[in-house]
Design a binder for this molecule. Structure first.
Ligand code: SF4
Length: 78
């Protein structure tokens, strides 16, 4: 058994076995979840947002995201 830090990447092994490679393309859409507070409680919510949730993106992180947007210029925001 390998320690977690040196586990072989099984996904890359599988791609290689099929003669495939996976390369990142240019950024198209940037989706930002700024917090988990929401006035809805949808059962399908992928961030488990709800009116009682209080987690919010810290100002320092929000500022960094803004800088990153200026730098990367995604085509779409969500
Ligand atoms: S999916 Fe989540 S974030 Fe969207 S409205 Fe429903 S509870 Fe709110």
């Amino acid at each position: 058994m390998f320690p977690a830090a040196i586990q072989p990447n099984r996904f890359e092994e599988k791609l290689s076995a099929h003669g495939l490679t996976l390369k990142r393309a240019g950024l198209q859409t940037l989706q930002i979840n700024v917090g988990r507070k929401c006035n809805q409680t949808c059962r399908h919510c992928h961030v488990e947002a709800a009116p009682w949730r209080a987690e919010m993106m810290p100002a320092l992180v929000a500022r960094r995201v803004g800088e990153w947007q200026d730098e990367m210029k995604p085509n779409h925001y969500d």
